[in-house]
Design a protein around this ligand. Structure first.
Ligand SMILES: Nc1ncnc2c1ncn2[C@@H]1O[C@H](COP(=O)(O)OP(=O)(O)OC[C@H]2O[C@@H]([n+]3cccc(C(=O)O)c3)[C@H](O)[C@@H]2O)[C@@H](O)[C@H]1O
Ligand SMILES: Nc1ncnc2c1ncn2[C@@H]1O[C@H](COP(=O)(O)OP(=O)(O)OP(=O)(O)O)[C@@H](O)[C@H]1O
Ligand SMILES: NC(=O)CC[C@H](N)C(=O)O
Length: 543
């Protein structure tokens, strides 16, 4: 009997809905794992054949028909290696979020995910029925227990597999990135190992999918909870894990372990992968960004260049009489150091034409936010015109702080198909910009040091309308991400009137967020599918 077994974890970047493409990627990874890594078993992410989350595609018979055909193709195409691969599979009563064990052209076993998450971005119970039986398969004398993602966050599924004789447990994942997620995952895996005493392998997806980005970081732990293998963040790849039978059980041997460079580096890479995959998977030739000389558009431009290359990114400065000289020069300097195409399109003439057109209606009404928004909307219209003409995607530059309190213009600076900073607080925008400059000084220092301004009226500063960002962001993190109450936040020492006003603005601006473009989730609670609030609501409205 063999006392060694190599399992490969296929950390793949898949495309939701592209069953044919995903199946080819699975076949290719299985063959390479067998031929190049000499692996006996290859494990794949959760729902690898469909990508995750397939959402309501799962309600379509034609889509599920494609999946059945793909499973048959997989059985035909791969021999001499055992595949454990995620796919939706019909049961007698409904649909299972399944892991198929495929061996020598046949399905040797089918496991149905037991714990179906419905919190955060997840909606598994909308489609799937929970499984109730453990699944253990024997390969080369090693009994392998199979679990899927959320299963590992509860004690039972791993415990049941071990009771059925599993000597190693594998976990197939579609686990989206957030700042604290990798530590949380590794802590639950260690907990499971503490309870069960078996080695565990955790295989995750890589790459961006609409509002989430999968950070990979697939890993393996030994029987005593020690980290043995950890794959890189975000990047797809095949990761071997060697198991050795000793002392009456199977132990994972030490392999390569990736460490994170820094928190900012990981966050920045999450944005880069989110933008890259959104642009590539939706087939855009490039992106267009309104570059104001401010920090938000500067950071978005850097992320876009790092994601796509300089030749696929172009920026437009659209000045008015309120645009300061330094904004012009800083925007041009940034574009110059990134070597991207940069245009200037003055909007004074358009603004004048709009104002004259409205004059008979507005008569002597004093200038107010209407005129400010008009400038923003002219810019939005021009960016969308460039997008239509060139087929490129407009990137919106709004950050989480602004979006939280509605400090952005609908159909103005909120235009665009994707919002890279949607889940990044303004204070983090600064730390990410500083981090990017450490890799090579591209953002002019004055962009980092000038106080933020929308430049929509003379001498305007963001702090005219909003608390200092350090205060605003702390209140927002407590209220939005941690669901703490006004009373609790005030008890931390924040001014009651400020907290109440911020909370009122958060609720009042739900309508804006519902119309905002998607962006990458990087925190524990992002606006979008991760946080679902009513638009029409009497909560915290104020009197
Ligand atoms: N519940 C609701 N459901 C659906 N629609 C609703 C609504 N409440 C208002 N509306 C609509 O929304 C309109 C108000 O929204 P909107 O037109 O966007 O305008 P509004 O929110 O009034 O003003 C935009 C604010 O964002 C600031 N801004 C703009 C641009 C850039 C930046 C920056 O620094 O980045 C800041 C600007 O200085 C101003 O304070 C209303 O006139 C109404 O049509
Ligand atoms: N003069 C301009 N030329 C081109 N785009 C602009 C200009 N002013 C604003 N924009 C666009 O509108 C967005 C909102 O900009 P604004 O200056 O109002 O606020 P901001 O949130 O401080 O953003 P930034 O830090 O990029 O300036 C900008 O990020 C940019 O995309
Ligand atoms: N797809 C899932 O079941 C994911 C749930 C899990 N707790 C995670 O995010 O890691």
């Amino acid at each position: 009997m063999n006392d060694r077994l190599r399992i490969a974890m296929a950390q793949l970047n898949l495309l939701v809905g592209d069953v044919r493409g995903n199946t080819l990627a699975v076949i290719d990874a299985a063959c390479r794992a067998r031929d190049e890594l000499r692996a006996r078993v290859v494990i794949f992410p959760e729902l690898a054949l469909t990508g995750y989350p397939p959402d309501d595609l799962l309600l379509r018979n034609d889509f599920l028909g494609e999946v059945s055909a793909a499973i048959a193709q997989l059985c035909r195409a791969v021999r001499d290696v055992t595949l454990i691969v995620g796919a939706p599979v019909r049961s007698a009563t409904g649909l299972m979020n399944a892991a198929l064990v495929i061996e020598q052209g046949r399905i040797a076993a089918t496991y149905a995910k037991h714990y179906l998450p419905t919190y955060g971005v997840f909606d598994d119970t909308r489609y799937f029925e929970p499984g109730s039986a453990p699944c253990v398969v024997e390969v080369a004398g090693c009994r392998i227990g199979v679990t899927i993602c959320e299963d590992a966050w509860h004690p039972e599924p791993v415990a049941w597999a071990v009771q059925m004789g599993a000597e190693v447990v594998v976990n197939l994942n579609a686990s989206p990135f957030d700042q604290y997620k990798r530590a949380a995952r590794e802590a639950v895996i260690r907990e499971r190992i503490g309870e069960s005493g078996v080695a565990m392998l955790y295989c995750n997806m890589a790459g961006g999918q609409d509002e989430v980005v999968y950070d990979g970081a697939s890993c393996a732990f030994g029987r005593h909870g020690d980290l043995r293998v950890r794959a890189p963040r975000f990047r797809p790849g095949l990761v071997p894990v060697d198991l050795l039978q000793r002392g009456g059980g199977w132990e994972a041997l030490e392999g390569s372990i990736e460490e994170d460079p820094s928190e900012e580096a990981v966050l920045y890479d999450a944005l880069v992968w989110g933008v890259r995959d959104y642009v590539e998977k939706n087939g855009f030739p490039g992106v267009i960004i309104g570059l104001s000389g401010g920090i938000d558009s500067a950071l978005v431009t850097c992320v876009a260049v790092d994601a796509l290359g300089a030749e696929r990114v172009e920026t437009v400065m659209m000045p008015t009489q309120y645009t300061s000289e330094i904004s012009w020069t800083d925007a041009a300097a940034l574009a110059g150091s990134l070597r991207i195409r940069h245009r200037v399109i003055a909007i004074e003439g358009v603004f004048k034409a709009f104002s004259e057109t409205l004059q008979p209606v507005f008569a002597d009404a004093p200038a107010d936010v209407t005129e400010e928004n008009l400038q923003s909307r002219i810019r939005g219209t021009l960016l969308m015109a460039l997008s239509n003409k060139q087929g490129k995607l407009v990137l919106a530059t709004g950050n989480k702080s602004e979006l939280a309190v509605g400090y952005a213009t609908l159909y103005g600076d909120m235009v665009g198909g994707f919002a890279p900073l949607k889940d990044i607080f303004k204070t983090d925008v600064y730390s990410l910009a500083r981090y990017r400059n450490e890799l090579g000084e591209v953002i002019p220092q004055s962009i980092l040091t000038r106080p933020p301004s929308a430049e929509l009226r003379p001498n305007q500063l963001d702090t005219d309308s909003l608390p200092e960002y350090i205060v605003l962001d702390t209140i927002l993190a407590a209220y939005v991400e941690e669901d703490r109450s006004v009373e609790e936040i005030v008890a931390e020492g924040y001014d009651r009137a400020t907290v109440e006003e911020v909370v009122r603005l958060v609720h009042r601006n739900e309508y804006k967020r519902r119309q905002a473009p998607p962006g990458v989730k990087v925190t524990t609670k992002a606006f979008g599918r991760d946080r679902r609030y009513p638009i029409t609501s009497g909560f915290a409205r104020g009197r």
